[in-house]
Design a protein around this ligand. Structure first.
Ligand SMILES: C[C@H](N)C(=O)N[C@@H](Cc1c[nH]cn1)C(=O)O
Ligand SMILES: [Zn+2]
Ligand SMILES: [Zn+2]
Length: 477
């Protein structure tokens, strides 16, 4: 009798093939945030569609129209809608909607990578696979393909029907996706019983977790414009208002080095902490050494475990990301930049509404800029998505917990994630179904960072976890 155990065994036997599949995907530099790379996001959509079709799934590319990216009008990458029904008793089986993304964050070797970011490098000594997208989110997305393939190889029917929604703009605010979901909630998305997303990480490096909350995000671009062109600082320094000086003055008023957000009214939007919640953070299996190993050095603001976890999951944070238009190359160019754009974001938690946060930040920045008495001009725009929180007392979570116990031999921690997946809230609200985050990678994977990796054990055991989860879902009531 064919069973899930044979599927798990097959996944082990397929190991080299599964690594090669991930390598193919990592080689496509599908960076969504840079217009110059946009063609590769399309290439990645075609690659994934072909993989799904090879496995017998239907796969349709849904166009999203155009977007304006930094002053350039460009085509948005398509969303993939894919359907794979169980061969027998499909109408009696549950339907699980799987979401993932095939775009990645930018990466250049010169950022500090030890190897080419768009080439998967297998480090035999550590058992790790390095490459952009290995953990965020190509590894997990391909994990689902691996599961289907292993079922077919051992001749076991899928225990549930599957629907896939894969997007290519997650790392760039999921532009266009919400509208597409609303448009198709009564056709493609009908019949969905629960949703599963594998696009986050364990808290540390050892203990698996299930995640039932995400922070939202508002992303800001603050432009200060001055002279018509860049100027010589020897000729004009001291004579003119400098955009970069103004920008640094304003940006230094946003957050303290201790992480305290200085924008008035922001902290008051946060829902009060309950004692039951506080208890949960105390109980989570996490040590400050997990943070030190993930960051490579002790740079922690706090030395208290619960406070550190709450800073990531329970409270907002404001991060300064970069300055577009600034001189950043090696050397000592003596330039006064004509126009610079400061980029920063605020991670949101319940009950913060993105619109309210954007308006508080815009007012504050205008006031702080006015205090400078500069003749330069300021423009600030923000966009974002709200936080998401799900009820973990649901068969979807029970099934995932049982699957975790089977694969890893431990009960998973129940966590909330500091990152953002804007579509989680849209799916929950529009489809009114339970949504689960089932991570594959570890807390030290370096998502969005240099030398992003996934451990082979996480990729292979994680693939088994996804497959086992589907079987537990089928058995759940
Ligand atoms: C958690 C997920 N894997 C992720 O990395 N999400 C991004 C989403 C985002 C929003 N704006 C830009 N990227 C994140 O949390 O930064
Ligand atoms: Zn992701
Ligand atoms: Zn990401």
């Amino acid at each position: 009798m064919t069973s899930i155990d044979q599927v798990l065994q097959k996944i082990d036997q397929n190991k080299e093939k599964l690594i090669a599949r991930l390598a193919e995907a990592v080689e496509i530099p599908s960076v969504s945030g840079d217009a110059a790379y946009r063609k590769h996001v399309f290439e990645m959509a075609d690659w994934l569609k072909a993989q799904l079709e090879k496995l017998g799934a239907t796969a349709e590319l849904k166009p999203l129209g155009k977007q304006n990216l930094d002053g350039q009008e460009i085509e948005l990458p398509p969303v993939i809608f894919s359907d794979l029904k169980a061969k027998t008793d499909a109408d009696k089986k549950k339907t699980i909607l799987i979401y993932g993304h095939f775009d990645v964050q930018p990466a250049l070797k010169s950022d500090g990578w030890n190897s080419e970011p768009f080439k998967l490098v297998h480090d035999e000594k550590t058992g790790r696979l390095y490459g952009r997208g290995s953990t965020d989110d190509k590894g997990p997305v391909i994990g689902w393909l691996n599961v289907i393939e292993a079922h077919q190889q051992v001749g076991l029917d899928l225990p549930v029907n599957l629907k896939f929604c894969f997007e290519g703009m997650e790392e760039s605010s999921s532009v266009g996706l919400d509208d597409l979901i609303r448009k198709h909630k009564n056709d493609f998305f009908t019949g969905v019983d629960a949703i599963c997303i594998s696009d986050n990480y364990w808290l540390g490096t050892k203990k698996p977790c299930l995640t039932h909350g995400l922070r939202g995000i508002t992303y800001f671009k603050l432009r200060i414009s001055g002279p018509q062109a860049d100027l010589h600082s020897g000729v004009f320094g001291g004579m003119v208002h400098e955009p970069m000086t103004d920008l640094f003055a304003v940006m230094s008023k946003l957050v303290t080095p201790q992480g305290e957000i200085l924008v008035p009214g922001i902290n008051e939007l946060v829902a009060p902490l309950t004692s039951e919640e506080a208890q949960r953070f105390d109980n989570m299996e996490y040590a400050l050494t997990d943070l030190h190993s993930a960051t490579g050095k002790d740079v922690a603001i706090n030395d208290d475990k619960a406070k550190t976890l709450m800073a990531r999951m329970r409270y907002p944070s404001l991060s300064l990301h970069g300055v577009e238009g600034a001189f950043s190359a090696p050397g000592a160019k003596t330039v006064i930049c004509a126009s610079v754009i400061g980029k920063f974001s605020i991670r949101l938690v319940p009950d913060m509404k993105p619109e309210k946060v954007i308006s508080l930040v815009q007012d504050y920045v205008q006031k702080e800029f006015a205090k400078l008495g500069s003749k330069n001009t300021v423009h600030i725009e923000g966009e974002g998505g709200a936080p998401w929180y799900a009820d973990p007392n649901h068969w979807n979570y029970v099934a995932a917990a049982k699957a975790t116990k089977k694969i890893y031999g431990v009960e998973p921690d129940l966590t909330r994630e500091g990152g953002s997946i804007p579509v989680a809230l849209t799916f929950s609200e529009e489809l009114q179904k339970n949504l689960l985050l089932l991570p594959m990678g570890r807390g030290d994977d370096g998502a969005h960072s240099t030398n992003e990796k996934i451990d082979i054990s996480n990729y292979i055991e994680g693939t088994k976890l996804l497959g086992t989860y589907l079987h537990e879902v089928a058995a759940a009531s």
